[in-house]
Design a protein around this ligand. Structure first.
Ligand code: XUL
Ligand code: CO
Length: 442
């Protein structure tokens, strides 16, 4: 079904994107993502739960610190509220034509911000009512929303961690409105990303106090959300830096420590972004695995960085090696549950054709579909799992098992070390990488 409001079609000349298979050379068709194809017990659509990000797709206009906007949108209008409504129409036309069943947004993406708090609230709720209407008509659902408490100059010294209480309260106003809108739209998750929840120099910062304020803020937001009937997961999206020099939720490990420090572990999980993990010096799969091991895998911002650039380039996923590695973690964990794969990704500044927005998403969806199929085959075959299990076999019986169960004291462990016969055992990394390539390339 194609969907556009009234007689206004924004993405003219582009119809519903279809699966045409490997033989197709149509850039506006899927070659691997076949929504209804069963992989194990679920369809591809059920496994991957793709979401389109409002901000990159319908707000980012190609401006960067060195140049002006390069992209124009067919819904542009001088009146910001008229534009917001037209943008919502265009967004739902896009989701429907592309076939992403979910979407994500910041308050600032969908409705105009205002210095006047009341105007901000009124704008936001007016647009939210229109979003609800579109959701009902198309069946597209909200994966998560979030507050943009980092762009406005008010937040230059932080939002919940601002040294000025007045700003902390303004951030709370935004988060409250976002939670209200989330509940109205039936959102599955609510995200906190703290771009300015960090600091630039200790010379002007009381880090301990700021981190405690952030914890208090989240406890209060959790309690408010639950009181108005929000049943989904709250998610922290870690990122080590950019725009702050030091961000408090640096990576999955530190976000989980933060969640536990403030007693939030029953309500909070993580939203892992590939390019944030690599910025922290990890692989995407590493941060996913840390979450999986702690039962903290909430959702995923699916993108990729540039191997040479040390910043958040937010590219669409195209590296199938990475998508296989990610899907291995996700499948072994049992899936994304109420999370999804949100394309927090932007086309390059010089990809200026409107069809490039479709082509970019198609590439991301195909890359994850391939990742899913290959990871599923790897798990079904069981060769890697058997290898890893065998590597730890010394803990499956005898003294190793007693140690793991916690029924051995340290002196006994050390005494065993006196007699231990240590045999050199290869980790076989090269063999395993060759094996992985055989799944990727046959
Ligand atoms: C910034 C980033 C954000 C969050 C939502 O790097 O990833 O877009 O996903 O605020
Ligand atoms: Co993100």
């Amino acid at each position: 079904m194609e969907y556009f409001v009234g007689d206004k079609e924004y993405f003219k000349g582009i119809g519903k994107i279809k699966f045409e298979g490997k033989g197709s050379d149509n850039p506006l068709a899927f070659r691997y993502y076949d929504a209804n194809k069963k992989i194990g017990t679920k369809t591809m659509a059920e496994h991957l739960r793709f979401a389109t990000a409002y901000w990159h797709s319908f707000c980012a206009n190609g401006a960067d610190p060195f140049g002006s906007p390069t992209m124009s949108f067919p819904f542009a209008n001088k009146d910001p509220m008229v534009e917001a409504m037209a943008k919502a129409d265009a967004a739902f036309e896009f989701f429907t034509k592309l076939g992403t069943p979910f979407y994500c947004f910041h308050d600032a993406d969908v409705s105009p911000m205002s210095d006047d708090a009341k105007t901000y609230e009124q704008n936001y709720h007016k647009v939210a009512a229109v979003l609800l209407q579109h959701q009902k008509e198309t069946g597209i659902k909200l994966l998560w929303n979030t507050a943009n408490a980092f762009s406005h100059p008010n937040f230059m010294n932080g939002a919940a961690t601002n040294p000025d209480f007045a700003v902390v309260s303004r951030a709370a106003l935004q988060v409250k409105n976002c939670l209200d809108v989330n509940v109205m739209l039936g959102g599955s998750n609510y995200v906190f990303w703290g771009g300015r929840e960090g600091y630039m120099t200790l010379l002007n910062t009381d880090m301990k106090r700021e981190r405690e304020h952030l914890g208090r803020f989240m406890v209060m937001a959790r309690d408010y959300g639950r009181s108005i009937g929000f049943k989904g997961n709250f998610l922290i999206e870690p990122k080590p830096m950019e725009p702050s020099k030091h961000q408090y939720d640096y990576d999955a490990q530190s976000a989980i420590a933060f969640i536990k420090d403030f007693g939030l572990e029953h309500d909070f999980k993580c939203n892992i972004e590939a390019n944030h993990a690599t910025l922290a010096g990890h692989t995407f799969a590493h941060d996913l695995q840390v979450c999986a091991d702690n039962n903290m895998l909430g959702s995923v911002d699916a993108n990729q960085g540039d191997a040479q650039n040390g910043w958040d380039t937010d590219e669409f996923p195209s590296n199938v090696y990475e998508t296989v590695s990610a899907m291995l973690v996700i499948l072994r964990k049992g899936g994304l549950e109420s999370g999804g794969l949100n394309f927090d990704a932007k086309r390059r500044r010089n990809s200026t054709d409107l069809e490039d927005l479709f082509i970019a998403h198609i590439g991301g969806m195909d890359s994850f579909a391939l990742g899913l199929e290959i990871a599923n085959k790897i798990i079904e075959d069981g060769k890697f799992d058997a290898f890893v299990k065998n590597r730890y076999a010394s803990f499956d019986s005898g003294n190793g098992k007693t140690f793991e169960k916690g029924s051995m004291d340290f002196a006994s462990l050390a005494a065993l070390g006196r007699e231990a016969k240590i045999v050199k055992t290869s980790g076989k990394q090269e063999y395993l990488k060759n094996l992985l390539n055989s799944y990727l390339f046959g």
